[in-house]
Ligand binder design. Structure first.
Ligand SMILES: [Zn+2]
Length: 372
């Protein structure tokens, strides 16, 4: 993804509702400093470093200001009267360098308008090894479960918190959560079973015995809206685990040796019995999804060539073709955050899900031609 230097403080819910080509967790404004990670130990204690604490993957959040809580190294590790944390107890990962506004908004009025950084900064972003006076170096920090912690704020699950987050907060918290989750799951070498250590700001881990190196991974998942040959219906399904009345696009992991169209074709047939044309798989957009170990949702449109529904693998409890009129109602309910709890109408997921954007984009276009 190209660098996005703008700082976007509008609500991620609102922004996704207004921009059907923007996905929640996109728009991360930080320069990830790929060329300068080796000097990490020197910059952890830098006066311009800021840390976002997580505990059990819950993010520290200020409910009054509706912002994640960024703390200094000194506050976290040198305030011995209040805190008993040491840096060695914590897993920390470098997120990148970016505007101070991400952490310091006291002098900044939050509006729905994006605030542009001087565009000249873009070239500097690519080369920076030191933050300018306008910037901070941002880290995510995992606080160990067994430590004392009186940090200011409340630890909250990221997913339900999204309705309160801005575009950039969602993206940066998502980056931190996904990286910390990867570290937790890779404490031991997959080849020899010895413990591993984090290197270069948490962008890789190395076995302390056999030197095997592992890198943070993201699992590719296809998610597809299947369009009927009559161009007026689309296929949506629901799993037993979904919230009541929610139907969505079919999705599944890409297996080793599969291309994106092949994965769409297999997954759709397994779950619904529908046969799709593998020559007509059209990429829509992708969404980093920092849950369940870290995934990349790859959104596609596919076209059915056999529309008979058979639930081969029983993963879905129901799967149906929906008309444009039905979809219109389902979109409305998916967007209505104050929907009556007794409303039993069918709905699609909210706009922060790429499934919503796939469906809305199909519905709102007059043509079914998604070729790019
Ligand atoms: Zn090893």
């Amino acid at each position: 993804m190209s660098l996005r230097p703008e700082i976007h403080f509008s609500s991620v819910f609102e922004h996704c509702s207004l921009n059907n080509n923007f996905q929640c967790f996109q728009g991360n404004p930080l320069n990830r400093l790929n060329l300068h990670r080796k000097s990490l130990q020197d910059i952890v204690q830098h006066s311009q470093s800021r840390f976002l604490p997580f505990r059990q993957f819950k993010v520290l959040f200020n409910q009054e200001k509706k912002q994640p809580v960024w703390l200094t190294y000194q506050f976290l590790f040198e305030n011995t009267n209040e805190q008993k944390l040491t840096i060695d107890q914590c897993e920390f990962v470098l997120l990148g360098i970016g505007s101070r506004l991400l952490a310091d908004r006291s002098s900044f009025v939050t509006t729905t308008e994006p605030t542009k950084i001087d565009s000249k900064l873009l070239s500097k972003f690519l080369l920076a090894s030191e933050p300018t006076p306008d910037e901070y170096i941002y880290f995510a920090l995992s606080i160990p479960n067994n430590s004392t912690d009186n940090l200011p704020g409340t630890y909250m699950e990221l997913r339900p918190l999204l309705s309160q987050l801005s575009v950039i907060d969602a993206a940066v918290c998502g980056q931190g959560r996904a990286l910390l989750d990867w570290h937790t799951s890779n404490q031991y070498c997959g080849k020899c079973g010895t413990s591993t250590i984090s290197l270069e700001g948490g962008t890789r881990r190395k076995c302390t015995k056999c030197n095997h190196t592992i890198y943070p991974r993201t699992d590719p998942v296809i998610i597809t809206l299947i369009i009927h040959a009559d161009k007026e219906h689309v296929l949506l399904g629901r799993k037993p685990s979904f919230p009541p009345f929610v139907y969505t696009c079919l999705a599944g992991f890409i297996e080793p040796g599969e291309s994106i169209p092949e994965a769409c074709s297999r997954e759709v047939w397994e779950e619904s019995g529908i046969v799709v044309d593998t020559n007509e798989t059209h990429y829509f957009d992708s969404q980093p999804w920092p849950f369940l170990g870290g995934q990349l949702m790859i959104g596609c449109y596919t076209y059915a060539i056999d529309e008979t529904i058979t639930l081969h693998d029983s993963e879905l409890e129901d799967c149906r073709w929906f008309s444009r009129n039905e979809i219109a109602d389902m979109i409305q309910r998916g967007r209505n955050i104050s929907l009556d709890k007794n409303d039993q109408g069918l709905r699609i997921p909210p706009p922060i899900a790429i499934a919503h954007q796939l469906i809305y984009n199909w519905y709102s276009r007059k043509t079914n031609n998604f070729k790019t």
